[in-house]
Design a protein around this ligand. Sequence first.
Ligand code: HSE
Length: 301
Amino acid sequence: MIQVRVPATSANMGPGFDSIGVALQLYNRLWVEEIPSGVQIELRKKQAIEIPTDETNLIYQTMCRFYETIGRPMPGVHMIQEDDIPMVRGLGSSAACIVGGLLAANELAGRPCSKEELAVMAAQMEGHPDNSNPAFFGSMVVGALDEKNMKHVRLELPDDLFFAIMVPNFPVSTEMARGVLPSAYSRGDVVFNVSRAALLVASLMAGKYENLEMAMEDRIHQPYRKELIPHMEEIFAKAKESGATACYLSGAGSTLMAMVTKDKADTFREQMSAYFAALPDGWQLMLLQADMEGAAVVTEA
Ligand code: HSE
């Protein structure tokens, strides 16, 4: 069987709404093989949210879209899905299905498309490239999309940086979280985000990590979505007090993200675990490193 591995991703890095995302060392796996006809889907891990095992499955639908795009009939497929990325939590689980489906379908079809072409398809399907790009290319990726094109640049990240995901027990749907955003912004807010997005990229390129706290501020989505995440600002304040360099709302939520340098990681873990034990909503804390490889077809040894 063809095996594909896709990392979790954290989109909307700081001021980079719908543009900047990072891949994390937490993975979904997918096995696919051709069968004479129809669709058979097996799920290896149960999540709280039900995953369809018929034609409405997102990976299967993505594979159908791929075959339609390359102008070939969709073959029968048997697939096995093993999901470790928490669903509907702002960690790119839908993008992982789309990226995994495209990569597996491309492999099954004899690789008619390059990874770059697949990344454009994924971004168009999602409507924004901030999850699909890091899922494809790993590390931190800055991307922009229009009707025809998607341009992106992958940036290296310092290797002593942890991404602490703080995941509550409630989901937030992207559709609902996009619905709470205004349709227009003041010039002050636009300048605020443009200057910080530029500062974020420039500071990472120049190794000026002391700029990150300011460079990660946002006025495009966090002020509006904080109502959907009880205690968000309090958790950010506690995370910074416990040593985090910067914090942001991961994707559309509900996961909150803290960037923590290696030297502060133990203290951060200890203090935040004690803090979460006293909060409602079952917050889980995991310190992850960035995934540098992106989605890959796995060759079994
Ligand atoms: N950039 C997207 C959003 C990520 O915030 O709506 C979630 O899919």
